[in-house]
Design a protein around this ligand. Structure first.
Ligand SMILES: [Mg+2]
Length: 202
């Protein structure tokens, strides 16, 4: 029986593109250095790639869902120029104080992807620059959540240190991809954590 596909769930702002508060214009989209190549390496290793992004600027009335979709379409086209294909982009547009089906740290979009794409979440990874990204992955039962130090990452690491002890911390997406690719395929039965409480400091 073929193995279930594996996936990487990616926060968008501060992880794949530069963090710009409430980014809503196509001209503001700037891939972080090495990000496209890193995603290409993960894709070549057989990972499906997903964006999972909170866009509370919609719920706060700062910009529209149409603008979010234009930014996402532009980003996907930029990545496609490097041969990178994003399987699905999940957006939670609600303000933080409003009910939301998928706003991180909810794992709902990862569960949706699992159901639609037949993923084994225990073999998947979540990468983001905020604690809520890591929690989203943990809530879904992914193999590891990885904090990148780009965007808000370094600040979040300093602010929440002990609460992030289960996370792998990497300087950027390229370092996160390198760490993932060094892990190899998971054992048939989910193994115990491979190393100490903090898996790696890159
Ligand atoms: Mg972010």
């Amino acid at each position: 029986m073929p193995a279930s596909p594996r996936a990487i769930f990616l926060d968008r702002d501060g992880t794949v593109i530069e963090e710009k508060d409430y980014l809503c214009r196509v001209e503001e989209v700037a891939l972080l250095p090495g990000a496209a190549a890193a995603l290409g390496r993960l894709q070549a290793a057989g990972f499906l790639l997903f964006f999972v992004t909170n866009q509370s600027g919609v719920g706060r009335g700062y910009f529209t869902m149409r603008e979010v979709e234009a930014v996402n379409a532009h980003l996907l086209a930029e990545l496609a120029r490097s041969g990178v294909r994003i399987a699905r982009t999940y957006v939670a547009p609600e303000a933080p104080d409003r009910p939301s089906r998928g706003r991180k740290p909810s794992p709902q979009f990862l569960l949706d992807a699992r159901d639609e794409f037949g993923l084994a979440l225990e073999a998947c990874y979540m990468i983001g620059d905020k604690k809520i990204d890591l929690e989203c992955g943990w809530n879904a039962g992914v193999r590891r959540s990885i904090l990148v130090r780009t965007g808000y990452g370094a600040r979040e690491e300093a602010k929440y240190g002990p609460a992030l002890v289960q996370a792998v911390v990497a300087d950027d997406l390229a370092a996160a991809a390198q760490w993932i690719l060094a892990q190899g395929e998971p054992a048939a039965a989910p193994a115990a954590e491979q190393s100490g409480p903090r898996g790696a400091q890159l």
